[in-house]
Design a protein around this ligand. Structure first.
Ligand SMILES: C[S@@+](CC[C@H](N)C(=O)[O-])C[C@H]1O[C@@H](n2cnc3c(N)ncnc32)[C@H](O)[C@@H]1O
Length: 375
């Protein structure tokens, strides 16, 4: 494996773009197999995550100096050069020189000419962008969805914030979790001795937080391999196995008798449109049709989850996206009322629930809904 960070970054970008590799899996796994220094690893991560997040903006930056579109491999090299100069803090000369060195001989002159003209031009903050979506580096449909949900100003602020890597928030027990996710776990209001189901629990961030409050937690997830991650995390954090048990189970047909839990948390599979900063490639992966499919899955998980709660018990629903079609448009069955008390954290009212946008408190964008069973 190469020990040149830029060359390794280019290989990783190819795997993400052409093979559909997940950035947050393939980058750590290749870095673990490399002999790169700590600072070179940080550089590779920034180059790959940054160039992936800003793929569309990088293209717009260089396209101002291109007359016929390059092949995919050359395009990738140009993006990497544009990212370094435009956003990565690399001086113009180094961004051009080091990137041209990665190009095969047949396109080296072209890459050199385009990158030189790019760095001689205005920086990203001063150019006329073809559109706001291209400047924010998201597909048009994601920009339009945000504008429809929260208005243009809030959409731009949210999407801008999701182009900046998240600052890790480390819990007292050492688990790294987004701040808004800790607020979701707090909103469950778990008490010692309660029996709580976390229906979609992997990798276990919220389930371990609930167990730490003294509740007896059943943590379920559809895929056995992901359920294994919950068990690994529980063990690493020193969770008592009597306090947290792990089950691989489909939430649509849960292997539990009805009405047996004091509370059920459904942190549902979702489009993740509020967590784009955390998964650099997801903006290019998720499709509008996924929202419809996920909406139907979420509704059927809500129906199954609510049946498992005791009379007087609680149902808590959360998603790391900001759109109503994956949250407040869903309904709970008869015999439930909305819990309208303000949950802990910086949530804003949103329909029958609560929402936080990425720029409001520098968290993932999320929606939270809480209900109490009346019958
Ligand atoms: C948002 S993640 C959960 C994150 C977790 N609550 C945490 O805090 O660490 C959603 C999870 O739902 C799981 N999932 C998807 N479909 C499911 C189903 N039908 N039944 C149970 N789990 C499912 C996915 O495997 C994924 O791990």
């Amino acid at each position: 494996m190469t020990d040149d960070p830029r060359r390794l970054a280019l290989t990783l970008l190819r795997r993400i773009e052409e093979e559909g590799a997940f950035a947050n899996l393939v980058v750590p796994s290749m870095l673990d197999r490399s002999s790169l220094s700590r600072s070179d690893r940080a550089m590779v991560t920034d180059l790959v995550y940054g160039t992936t997040r800003l793929r569309r903006a990088c293209d717009a930056l260089v396209d101002r100096h291109i007359t016929s579109p390059p092949d995919a491999a050359t395009r990738r090299i140009l993006r990497l050069g544009a990212y370094q100069w435009g956003w990565g803090g690399v001086p113009a000369h180094a961004a051009v020189h080091e990137t041209v060195a990665l190009a095969p001989r047949r396109v080296r002159g072209f890459v050199n000419a385009v990158l030189r003209r790019t760095v001689e031009g205005a920086p990203p903050s001063d150019i006329m962008w073809p559109s706001a979506a291209s400047q924010l580096s998201v597909p048009d449909w994601i920009f339009d969805l945000y504008v429809a949900e929260v208005g243009r100003d809030q959409a731009v602020a949210s999407l801008e914030r999701m182009n900046v890597p998240p600052a890790p928030v480390v819990r007292d027990d050492g688990y790294v979790q987004d701040q808004a996710s800790t607020w979701v776990a707090d909103a469950v209001d778990a008490r010692p001795g309660e029996r709580i189901l976390d229906m979609c629990a992997a990798p276990g961030g919220k389930a371990t937080a609930l167990a730490a409050k003294g509740a007896t937690v059943v943590a379920a997830d559809l895929r056995p391999q992901r359920a294994g991650l919950i068990a690994d995390n529980a063990q690493r954090l020193g969770c008592d196995s009597g306090q947290l048990s792990v089950v691989a189970a489909d939430g649509n047909s849960p292997p539990f008798t009805s009405g047996q839990f004091d509370a059920v948390l459904l942190d549902a599979p979702c489009s993740g449109l509020g967590a784009l900063r955390r998964r650099p490639d997801s903006r290019w992966r998720v499709q509008p049709s996924d929202i419809t499919v996920l909406g139907a899955l979420q509704q059927s998980l809500i129906d199954a989850a609510t049946a498992l709660v005791k009379p007087g018990g609680r149902f808590i629903y959360s998603v790391c996206t900001i759109n109503g079609s994956e949250s407040i448009d869903h309904h709970v069955p008869e015999g439930w009322e909305v819990d309208r008390s303000q949950p802990p954290g910086e949530w804003q009212p949103f329909g029958s629930g609560w929402r936080v946008l990425p720029h409001e408190a520098d968290t993932d964008g999320m929606v939270l809904m809480r209900y109490r069973r009346t019958t």
